[in-house]
Design a protein around this ligand. Structure first.
Ligand SMILES: [Zn+2]
Length: 158
């Protein structure tokens, strides 16, 4: 057995680094990068059970840094399941008191970005449908199925 252990000295910068990020803040920031929320998973399961096939988290055509939660590429239908907090659901939006202005601006930007994404997709001939995460996902799945059926009926027949 060789003894590799030298004298370990903890630098004081370790403590400073760990102490510098408030854990609640970093957790909340990373929550924005959410991909698969439970309502979205539920919707996907139900669509799949209905025999519908789709792509998830695909980059939006012409906006590679933005993604649609669920996309039906042939029907050109983009589906979003929006988080009540991040996208300002009228029923559940909360307004953080701490750093209130900063949050308001940030959430305003999110909502503006949503509208911009919708307009962009529609300009390319896509249908855009958004659900709030609090909505009943069985109804959401049924609505999507109706839209797809209507799209197929009016589209070219093969
Ligand atoms: Zn809500």
């Amino acid at each position: 057995m060789s003894d590799l252990g030298g004298a370990t000295s903890r630098s004081s910068t370790d403590r400073e680094l760990f102490g510098s990020v408030p854990p609640e803040t970093s957790a909340r920031m990373s929550a924005q990068k959410r991909v698969d929320t439970e309502p979205e998973m539920s919707l996907r399961r139900q669509l799949h059970a209905m025999g519908l096939r789709y792509r998830v988290n695909m980059p939006i055509p012409g906006m590679p840094r933005r993604r649609a939660d669920i996309m039906f590429t042939r029907a050109k239908l983009a589906v979003f399941v929006d988080g009540c907090f991040w996208h300002r659901c009228p029923e559940h939006a909360t307004h953080p008191v701490a750093r209130g202005t900063w949050w308001r601006q940030k959430l305003d930007r999110n909502v503006a970005r949503d509208r911009e994404t919708d307009a962009h997709l529609r300009s390319l001939g896509w249908t855009v449908i958004r659900f709030w995460e609090h909505e009943d996902m069985a109804s959401a799945a049924a609505e999507i199925a109706r839209i797809l059926a209507a799209t197929q009926a009016s589209g070219s027949q093969h």
